[in-house]
Design a protein around this ligand. Structure first.
Ligand SMILES: C[S@@+](CC[C@H](N)C(=O)[O-])C[C@H]1O[C@@H](n2cnc3c(N)ncnc32)[C@H](O)[C@@H]1O
Length: 243
């Protein structure tokens, strides 16, 4: 039996995806509100920075993986224009449904697809950009997911991974207090789900730090990998070019 981490717990590999699904089934309807509350709106700036670095141009093909409620897909939709396309994907149907409703409310109709990042249902070299925001951390086999992202990118295409990361040392005490004392309480009050927000705090600690993720991306087929620390490393944007 192979094991992996679900937060600080060690679980059977086959069980992780089910547990992660439980988290997002539970939080889907309050996901956007919780994001704004937890980050004091900062997630909007982190995503806006990602969109800027992505440098999407008219006519491009963009795949948003673990797209959830659709923030990035929505931003890219206006950039690709009528000749381009944005595909909004996630493994979780409840999250996708929230995203699809938001996109439609904004007058945007995109292909929305339920799929696992570790086995993408697309041919090789189809996309100019692949993005994954706050999703990689939840995947059981990050190496497989990264290899899939590389496979579907065109040569010279860009992968953008926005994810929680390892904060700068002077911020650590405060950040730990916030993560383990405040976040679960917010989860209990707003989303009626303390456990999922405890998982969030724990999963961030178990995620590879900036350098380790850079190495994983290099091993996954990306030739030029760089990262940008945001908000003192609370979040990092990793950018890889498929060579
Ligand atoms: C924290 S949400 C991020 C949603 C959105 N990208 C955002 O930034 O607001 C993480 C998402 O990752 C998705 N996810 C987890 N494992 C996945 C997998 N193996 N393949 C695709 N999506 C996955 C979850 O269903 C969830 O919607």
């Amino acid at each position: 039996m192979s094991t992996t981490h679900f937060g600080f717990e060690t679980v059977d590999e086959h069980d992780k995806a089910r547990r992660v699904r439980g988290v997002f089934d539970s939080v889907a309807s309050r996901y956007d509100l919780m994001n704004d509350l937890m980050s004091a709106g900062l997630h909007r700036a982190w995503k806006a920075y990602t969109v800027m670095v992505a440098d999407v141009r008219p006519g491009m093909s963009v795949l948003d993986i673990a797209g959830g409620t659709g923030d990035l897909a929505l931003a890219f939709a206006s950039q690709v224009g009528p000749r381009g396309r944005v595909v909004h994907t996630d493994i979780n149907v409840a999250m996708l449904e929230q995203g699809r409703s938001r996109l439609i409310d904004a007058g945007v109709v995109l292909p929305t697809l339920a799929c696992d990042a570790e086995a993408l249902p697309f041919g090789d070299e189809q996309f100019d950009r692949v993005t994954v925001a706050f999703g990689l951390r939840n995947m059981t086999h990050k190496d497989r997911a990264l290899a899939e992202m590389s496979r579907v990118l065109k040569p010279g295409g860009k992968l953008l991974v926005l994810e929680f990361s390892t904060v700068a040392r002077p911020l650590r005490k405060l950040y730990d207090w916030y993560s383990f004392e405040v976040l679960p309480r917010l989860g209990r009050w707003v989303a009626r789900d303390e456990a999922s927000y405890r998982y969030l705090a724990e999963s961030i600690r178990m995620h590879p730090d900036q350098r380790a993720l850079k190495t994983l991306m290099q091993q996954g087929g990306f030739g030029h990998v760089d990262y940008h620390n945001l908000t003192g490393g609370v979040v990092a944007l990793h950018v890889g070019i498929k060579c």
